[in-house]
Design a protein around this ligand. Structure first.
Ligand code: S3P
Length: 450
């Protein structure tokens, strides 16, 4: 679990050309869902390529606490012996989800319609984040919850003994909220309907179908209407987790801004609900190509090739693209700083309630490194200073947020003076091999207390 250990101050400096292959780890969203749905199936689900980051390990531990048998076979191979929909046992300890909003919100949904109680907690970052967005719809099933003020963790969820199906219009674009309601709907009789006005990542829908649930999706005037028939018997699956596009973003963006770079990032899922960053980078003029385009496990996949792109221009990122790149705005702002002109990002209010307030965290660090940033409640803009002109020379706070830490470290690889982060330890939540992988490409990166 991050945030409870010793902080790891880190520094990156202007790096030689980055080159080679960057094999990034498994997708975090799909890894959480593989473990949770595996635990709700009857029998043994086999998973390869699981992301072995702290967030996902905390979810594996939680599934054990709810009665599933979860086994690590080594090398990313895992198995989950599931207890079936409605088969969760009551945990005898507090469930600690560490830094993971996805973990806690999906697990709350998964247990919310069983006649058991569980108490959830997390690290200092997670315990600040809003949970009412999940407990409000769960209450419609008959679930009760008691947490701290403002709907914060630690929080106890009392599952509905006699759940009813619900119809819920998700008020914020959030795959976590959508997924929590769908997972709760699994153990409610009848049809649970979730409507999202803006499409968010659809891994839960795809995987529920893969596990044998009856689920339909209709595009209507009201939005995407997802209808799930409750009480299915989920059939165990063999899952190959694709590599994470959100992790791929870091070596890709580093290659675009570090002079002379040419990096191949193989096997990245280009599900349209996740690939907004790559579209945006190409619009900015990035030399980013998709090679060897193919389909794997029903998902579009390609090898991404990123080369140094000194002539990128700032653009307006359309608000309707926000959900498909919500985790990538911090690293986009670093690319924007190295472009010329203004990059305007609107419709991004959700960035304020991630592992940190990501607009604020990036704005403070970018300004300290000589880049002008303007911001409002649901927008921000970055004034590009042009390739190689970011001054750097500051220590930036990572606020227990892995993506903030990695973004500033990538910035230092192309800045005039070194860029430090006060704490790189949260990187282990999603991208445990970030340091050796970036170093193998030629990045200059060090731990300052080593
Ligand atoms: C995720 C959904 C997103 C994203 C998070 C992973 C998921 O959160 O930021 O990293 O796996 O469902 P929201 O649902 O809060 O947008």
């Amino acid at each position: 679990m991050s945030g409870h250990g010793t902080p790891i101050p880190m520094t990156s400096t202007l790096s030689g050309p980055l080159s080679g292959r960057a094999e990034v780890p498994g997708d975090k969203s799909i890894s959480h869902r593989s473990l949770i749905l595996g635990a709700m199936a009857v029998g043994e689900t086999r998973i390869s390529g699981l992301l072995e980051g702290e967030d996902v390990i905390d979810t594996a531990k939680a599934m054990r606490a709810f009665g599933a048998e979860v086994t690590d076979h080594g090398g990313g191979e895992w198995s989950v012996y599931g207890v079936g929909v409605g088969g969760f046992a009551e945990p005898d300890q507090v469930i600690d989800c560490g830094n993971s909003g996805t973990g806690v919100r999906l697990i709350m949904g998964a247990m919310a319609t069983s006649p058991i109680s569980a108490t959830f907690t997390g690290d200092a970052s997670l315990n600040k984040r809003p949970m009412a967005r999940v407990t409000d719809p769960l209450a419609l099933f008959g679930t009760r919850s008691v947490g701290r003020s403002g709907g914060r963790l630690p929080m106890t969820i009392v599952g509905a003994a006699d759940p009813v199906p619900v119809r819920y219009v998700v008020p914020v674009p959030s795959a976590q909220v959508k997924s929590a309601v769908l997972l709760a709907g699994l153990n409610a009789p009848g049809k649970t309907v979730v409507i999202e006005k803006e499409a968010t990542r659809d891994h839960t829908e795809r995987m529920l179908r893969g596990f044998g649930a009856e689920l339909t999706v209709e595009e209507t005037e009201e939005g995407r209407v997802i209808t799930l028939t409750g009480r299915p018997e989920l059939k165990p699956q063999t899952i190959a987790v694709p590599r994470d596009p959100s992790s791929a973003a870091f070596p890709v963006c580093a290659a675009l801004i570090v002079p002379g770079s040419d990096v191949l990032v193989p096997g990245i899922g280009l599900n349209p609900t996740r690939s907004g960053l790559f579209t945006t980078l190409r619009e900015m003029g990035a030399d980013l190509t998709y090679e060897n385009e193919r389909e794997e496990g029903g998902e579009p996949v390609a090898d991404l090739r990123a080369r140094y792109s000194p002539d990128m221009k700032g653009i307006e990122v359309p608000p309707e693209r926000a959900a498909s790149m919500i985790d990538e705005y911090p690293i986009l702002s670093v690319v924007a700083a190295n472009a010329t002109g203004t990059t305007m990002m609107t419709g991004v209010k959700e960035l304020r309630v991630k592992e940190s307030d990501r607009i604020d965290a990036m704005a403070v660090g970018l300004r300290a490194c000589g880049v002008e940033v303007d911001e409002g409640d649901d927008w921000w803009s970055v004034e590009g200073v042009g390739a190689g002109n970011v001054a750097g020379g500051a220590t930036c706070a990572s606020h227990l947020d892995h993506r903030i830490a990695m973004s500033f470290l990538v910035m230092g690889m192309a800045a005039q003076k070194p860029v430090s982060v006060d704490d790189g330890s949260p990187i282990a939540t999603s991208f445990p091999v970030f340091e050796p992988l970036m170093a193998s490409l030629g990045a200059s990166l060090r731990r300052d207390n080593a």
